[in-house]
Write a protein that binds this ligand. Structure first.
Ligand code: MN3
Length: 245
């Protein structure tokens, strides 16, 4: 009887720890496929800032050149430097970003904030494009309709995630471990890859709603910035990222 009680206790304890950190299963075929397709997750905390894939003024009038210049050359550059400084000389200096994110609670908050800032902006730059007039197509459009009912409804749900995020943060569209699309928002520099985040998945689209992302042009009108974002989404790149499913 004693043995049974001890066993139940051990199982309960194990279950508690398993769910507390919400580990993304490392042996999950979906997750491994994502890692093989999206090489950026193999980057470590010792990484350089990627070149911006277009000119500072390329996203006008949705996002003005001055905002893009400061955002990329000051804010993103600072997260990159601080991530490199925070991981230098540690025993996790060469761990891939995906590992830092999937075990967020094991590392100092400084690492979470700056590695998050480094990766979130890297993704943000790639999901925007000066080429307007694109829309989701094929399997990806079908997945959006399956998850949200229609493309317009999805835009409404994602927009609200960005508009209603209290304070600084991000809106996300991610593919969860079941291959389904989910919308969420995170505070600060958290992202859906992190073990400390409620709604987890592989991010395919994101929008920065920190004031530094829009204040010069839009001041307090975050909603106008969110609405203008739809004109510059790089749906070709977002669809490519959805293909990790
Ligand atoms: Mn930012």
């Amino acid at each position: 009887m004693k043995k049974v009680i001890v066993s139940i206790f051990v199982v309960a304890l194990f279950a508690t720890f398993s769910f507390a950190g919400k580990p993304f299963p490392a042996d999950n075929a979906f997750w491994n496929k994502a890692l093989s397709k999206l090489a950026e997750f193999q980057l470590t905390g010792q990484s350089k800032q990627m070149p911006l894939p277009y000119a500072y003024n390329a996203l006008e009038p949705s996002i003005d050149a001055k905002t893009m210049e400061i955002h990329y050359s000051k804010h993103h550059a600072a997260y990159t430097k601080n991530m490199n400084d925070a991981t230098a000389g540690t025993d996790y200096v060469s761990k891939p970003l995906f590992q830092l994110f999937t075990e967020t609670e094991k590392y100092p908050v400084l690492v979470k904030n700056n590695a998050g800032g480094f990766y979130n902006h890297l993704l943000f730059w790639t999901v925007m494009s000066p080429v307007s007039g694109q829309e989701p197509q094929g399997d990806f459009l079908k997945a959006i309709k399956d998850a949200f009912g229609s493309f317009d409804k999805f835009k409404e749900v994602f927009s609200n995630a960005g508009k209603k995020q209290f304070g600084s943060g991000w809106a996300w569209l991610s593919v969860n471990e079941n291959g389904k699309l989910v919308v969420s928002s995170t505070p600060n520099q958290e992202n859906p890859l992190m073990s400390t985040t409620e709604v987890r998945g592989i991010p395919v689209l994101t929008l920065d709603v920190w004031e530094h992302a829009y204040y010069l042009q839009y001041q307090n009108r975050r909603a106008d910035y969110v609405d203008a974002f739809w004109k510059i989404v790089n749906w070709k790149e977002v669809s490519r990222r959805y293909d990790v499913k």
